[in-house]
Design a protein around this ligand. Sequence first.
Ligand SMILES: C[S@@+](CC[C@H](N)C(=O)[O-])C[C@H]1O[C@@H](n2cnc3c(N)ncnc32)[C@H](O)[C@@H]1O
Length: 316
Amino acid sequence: MTLAAPFPYFGGKRRAAARIWQALGDPAGYVEPFAGSAAVLLARPAFTGRRVETLNDADGWLVNTWRAIQLSPAEVARHAWGPVAEIDYHARLAWLQKRRTPDLVAWLEGDPEAHDAKAAGWWLYVMACGIGDPFGPGPWRVVEGHLRKLPHLANAGQGVNRELPHLGDAGKGQLESYMGQLADRLRRVRITCGSWERVVKPSVTRSGTGGDGTRAIFLDPPYATSGDLYAHVDADVGLAVREWCATAPRELRVILCGYDTEHDALLAHGWTVTEGKAGRGAGYSTNGLNGRRERLWLSPACIGSQQRSLLEVLSA
Ligand SMILES: C[S@@+](CC[C@H](N)C(=O)[O-])C[C@H]1O[C@@H](n2cnc3c(N)ncnc32)[C@H](O)[C@@H]1O
């Protein structure tokens, strides 16, 4: 069963997921180093038997949420549920911001079961009320337990007035059942917190013999144009990822997301490029046209990649 992501997210790749799985097939080992809302993992076609799957992100509260949904889904639902009220939104956002310290990532890194269900529920509530990532460096400051700047309340389409197809309109029972379904899907998924390089190593990508026996990595780093959309911002991460891709083991099925010609340097290494269609409806693109700029770069081992290269060569 494929599932929708439990929170809206800038750059979510739900609409591109079918294309992505066409190219990745049914890998025995699958890694998403920039998980975000995990829209691609959740859209993976159903399989039977064992696969090794890993979700990773550098954002501590985001990873805590995935872990808590996996291990304590009913508790997360209990804390996430509630009518949208500005005062609760502020209070929960302030509580979370205050606790976003380097210790948070260290805690999640150091114990694969570490999670805080209340924080996860509140994080989901805040994500459903706000737009994209309300935690980014942006205008937020916590001063004596309160946020200094209001969200965009006057601006229809942003802030707590926004109607989201996520948590806001789910009844409590529905929410619990949805969290339970997510927990079932995540039961065997390894969920890690840290920088992407750590999970593209052979020790992580190595896998059993399930599915078609291959190994796949879906790379969706923040784009060069993302600015401060995400709580965790790393300058030049896209460039570092592209450099890693250029020398990645040939047998790996790797997909890298980006805009326009951002990663065309990979074409010289036998990669191909295709439209990503991940814009409108997939996440929260601030510009509807951005979806048309989305591209997926496919490594030579991806399904269909070689044929397209050959066709391109012949028609050139
Ligand atoms: C474009 S979003 C991923 C969207 C995701 N594919 C989805 O469908 O929702 C990029 C993600 O990369 C994370 N990130 C930024 N720098 C990172 C790093 N150095 N290592 C791991 N994750 C990072 C951000 O926290 C953000 O969640």
